[in-house]
Design a protein around this ligand. Structure first.
Ligand code: GRF
Length: 208
């Protein structure tokens, strides 16, 4: 059976709670017939690497300063990924912008999770706490999270799934980001399942 499994690669730069959500969904059989082949990080101290180790998942730190250009760094990523039969790459809190070469090598096989309701609060500079700060400053009553395909334009690829989250009047960046993160942990495994096993539903729902 195991050779029929879908293989994921997860790229993460931070604490890796979204990685953990995917690990847990696989363990709990919510995400079936799927395994994480490799976790890659551009940050030595990313806790995501620790989480992978604890779960016995292959992991690797690739140091950006070992490469002259972003393209060379991404070529290394492609080289590492070529050792596995990767069906889908998940950007889960990955801080580097991908080169077009990496995107094209895995055309339609890279998805990202973003902590806002795209196309709102997306694009260059809109990452991490910056997103929630901008949401709070805008006085909007609603935010959320989005899983989308990665294309050359940052945060602008086709949307796979979204979940709304209320913004409360006494929210701080911390309370709001925590509330959004809870939903990210639910939506990411669901979106992975949709992409891997339910392309038809995906096309019917989002490509109209
Ligand atoms: C999440 O909010 C995700 O949407 C954003 O970066 C954060 C990563 O959190 N891209 P974690 O590392 O998964 O805990």
């Amino acid at each position: 059976m195991s050779n029929q499994k879908k293989h994921l690669a997860v790229l993460a730069s931070g604490s890796g709670t979204n990685l953990q959500a995917v690990i847990d969904a696989i363990k709990n059989n919510k995400l079936k017939d799927t395994e994480i082949s490799i976790v890659i990080s551009n940050k030595l101290n990313a806790y995501a690497l620790e989480r992978a180790k604890k779960e016995g998942i292959n992991s690797i730190f690739i140091n950006p300063s070992d490469f002259k250009t972003n393209l060379e760094f991404d070529k290394k990523i492609v080289e590492v990924l070529s050792n596995y039969c990767i069906d889908l790459i998940i950007l889960a809190g990955y801080t580097k912008i991908l080169s077009i070469e990496l995107i094209n090598t895995f055309s339609n096989k890279i998805i990202n999770i973003h902590p806002a309701l795209l196309p709102n609060f997306g694009g260059k500079g809109m990452y991490g706490q910056n997103v929630h700060k901008a949401v709070l400053e805008s006085n909007t009553k609603e935010t959320g999270c989005t899983v989308h395909y990665v294309t050359e334009e940052v945060d602008a690829g086709p949307i796979i799934a979204q979940r709304k989250v209320p913004v409360l009047s006494n929210d701080t960046i911390e309370t709001l980001s925590n509330r959004v993160l809870q939903e990210e942990h639910k939506i990411l495994p669901e979106a992975i399942e949709l992409v891997l096993f339910n392309q038809k539903a995906l096309q019917n729902t989002y490509n109209t």
